[in-house]
Structure formats: structure tokens, C-alpha cells
Design a protein around this ligand. Structure first.
Ligand code: PYC
Length: 310
């Protein structure tokens, strides 16, 4: 199986070029569903230890259905499929360019939640025009055992987020364990108290937001992804969700740049234009580097060929 590894602001992406399962026809949503229903071993074999690690995000290239798309991608982490993925879209564009399959310039990439625009500005820098993001509910209170009442917003950025500035610890690497434990408890409390995204969708990402620590940032975040891993980048879809909240509060005007920094101080530059259904179309600009061009082997005699899973 040929893969290209990259990282975007520290967050890894593994682009799978060949050797993936046949997901049949239909929408990308249907094919993403089939990937996890029928090919869980494939997902963990590619992403989990010993070939990968929990923070890795897979980007499976599949045939597009959208005629304007240069490529179609299903994103997933070891726990399940992602709707959109900002960092992995930037990584995918840089990786396809590395292979000579995508020129600098403007393109479209199809994802299960819609087709996004990608402007590959240099070999390493890309601006992603995301699907429309919006704040679904503001000022939602949730009781979290051991943490008390936490208030935040629920927003869609291509995945579902609960964003709160009630942060349990400073947003730095030294406090990642505490931030992770608190975010996992918060996500569980949301699920147990029936607090969801639109149409009962599970909120699978938690975003703690605080003041910046770099001289360039407007805000800093810690984002818990599905499972128990945090995003090393500022999370593209989480940053888009944050912009939707800022716009809804009248705190950021269209076209104005917002620099979002991550818990490791990597940054995305963002701005938005109004969307067609009351939300915002965020553009997320970030930098990715190719870290490997690899063939993965799956030896039938290897007891851990499908990954180490619990
Ligand atoms: O960049 O959108 C993102 C993302 C989602 C999960 C990990 N990264």
C-alpha cells in the first residue's frame, strides 16, 4: 500500500494512494460509512501502532462524484470517519503536489460533507475554502462531574464542536494530559445529557479556547478529536467553527484575518465571507510538509498486521 505522510502545523496526515478497500459506488457519505462498517481492520492497520499512532489522520483517495473535483477524499482517524478535515486537506494538496498530481493554483476536493476549494499557493502552503460553517446553539450549559457547570457554543465547521472558554488548565503542551481528561469528560457529559448537534448528531470534537500566547495570534485552542487524541494543529474545521461563532456574535467582520494558534503554537490564518444559509464560508490557510513516501507491508504472518487495538 503506497502512502504519503505529511504534517500540517504538527498534525499528521497519511494519504493512501493505492491498496485501499473497494467501497463501491454512491455518495462519499455512503462510502465513508462502508469504510467503517466493513473495513475497520484496514483503518486500524493503516493508522494505529505499530505502523502509525493515534493522532494520525487517514486520507483515502477515492473516485470523485463531483465533476469539478480534482480529487475525492474520505478522512478518518483510528476511531471513525471525519466529515471534513482542514489540516488533512492542506496535507493532501501538498502531498499530491509532491507526486506531480496537483499543480499550484486553484482546485476543488470532494469530501463526504461537500466539495471544498483549495488554493495551493506554494509547494507547502494552501488555503482551503471550507463548507459553510454555522453556530447552531449559543451559551449551552452542561454539568460535568468533577468540573461543575460549563457553558459553551455548539457549532458546525465540517465536524461538530462544543467550544468553551471555561478551560481547565493553561492551553500548553505541559497541560495536555489534564486538558485531554477534562475534554473527554465534557464530551461524555454532553452525550449523557442528550446535548447534540443538529438532527441529533454526536458532538465528537471539544474545543477549549483561550487568549493567544504568541505575538501573532488572536486566540489559542486545544481541540480534542474523536477518541482521546488532541489536534497538534489549530484544527481547520474547529477554527472554522470558531469563526462562525465570532461572526454570529458580531466580533469579526467578513474578510478580516484571524490567526488561530494551537496548543503547540502552530497557526492558521483565517477569514470568512457570508454563506448562503446564514453561516460563514471560512478560508483556512496553513502550511504542510511531506515527511514520508512509503510502501506499507502487511505480512500475513504478522500477528499485529491489523494494528494494535483494544
Ligand atoms: O483540521 O479539521 C481538522 C481536523 C479535524 C480532526 C483533526 N484535524
Amino acid at each position: 500500500m503506497r502512502v504519503i505522510d505529511s504534517h500540517t502545523g504538527g498534525e499528521p496526515t497519511r494519504l493512501i494512494l493505492s491498496g485501499g478497500p473497494d467501497l463501491g459506488d454512491g455518495s462519499l457519505t455512503d462510502r465513508a460509512h462502508r469504510l467503517f462498517r466493513d473495513h475497520r481492520d484496514f483503518c486500524s492497520a493503516v493508522l494505529s501502532e505499530p505502523r502509525g499512532h493515534d493522532a494520525m489522520v487517514g486520507a483515502l483517495l477515492v473516485p470523485p462524484t463531483d465533476p469539478i473535483a480534482a480529487a475525492a477524499v474520505i478522512y478518518f482517524n483510528p476511531i471513525g470517519p471525519l466529515g471534513m478535515c482542514g489540516h488533512a486537506t492542506i496535507g493532501t494538496a501538498a502531498s499530491l503536489h509532491h507526486l506531480g498530481r496537483l499543480d499550484l493554483g486553484r482546485h476543488h476536493i470532494e469530501t463526504p460533507v461537500g466539495t471544498v476549494g483549495v488554493h495551493l499557493q506554494t509547494a507547502n502552503r494552501a488555503a482551503v475554502e471550507n463548507v459553510e460553517s454555522d453556530r447552531y446553539r449559543a451559551g449551552v450549559a452542561v454539568d460535568v462531574p468533577g468540573q461543575g457547570r460549563i457553558s459553551g457554543d455548539i457549532a458546525w465547521g465540517g465536524n461538530w464542536f462544543f467550544l468553551t472558554s471555561d478551560v481547565p488548565a493553561p492551553l500548553t503542551l505541559a497541560h495536555v494530559d489534564r486538558l485531554t481528561t477534562s475534554a473527554v469528560a465534557l464530551r461524555q457529559a454532553l452525550a449523557e445529557q442528550g446535548i447534540t448537534g443538529r438532527d441529533g448528531a454526536m458532538i465528537d470534537h471539544i474545543e477549549f479556547v483561550g487568549p493567544p500566547l504568541t505575538s501573532v495570534g488572536h486566540a489559542r485552542n486545544f481541540v480534542l478529536c474523536p477518541g482521546t487524541v488532541y489536534d497538534r494543529s489549530p484544527c481547520g474545521t474547529g477554527s472554522a467553527a470558531k469563526l462562525a461563532c465570532l461572526a454570529a456574535d458580531g466580533d469579526l467582520a467578513p474578510g478580516v484575518t484571524w490567526i488561530q494558534e494551537s496548543v503547540i503554537s502552530s497557526t492558521y490564518a483565517l477569514h470568512y465571507r457570508p454563506g448562503s444559509t446564514g453561516g460563514v464560508i471560512a478560508t483556512i490557510t496553513g502550511t504542510a510538509f511531506v515527511t514520508g513516501d512509503t510502501v506499507l507491508n502487511f505480512d500475513p504472518a504478522d500477528p499485529y498486521r491489523a494494528g494494535i487495538t483494544s
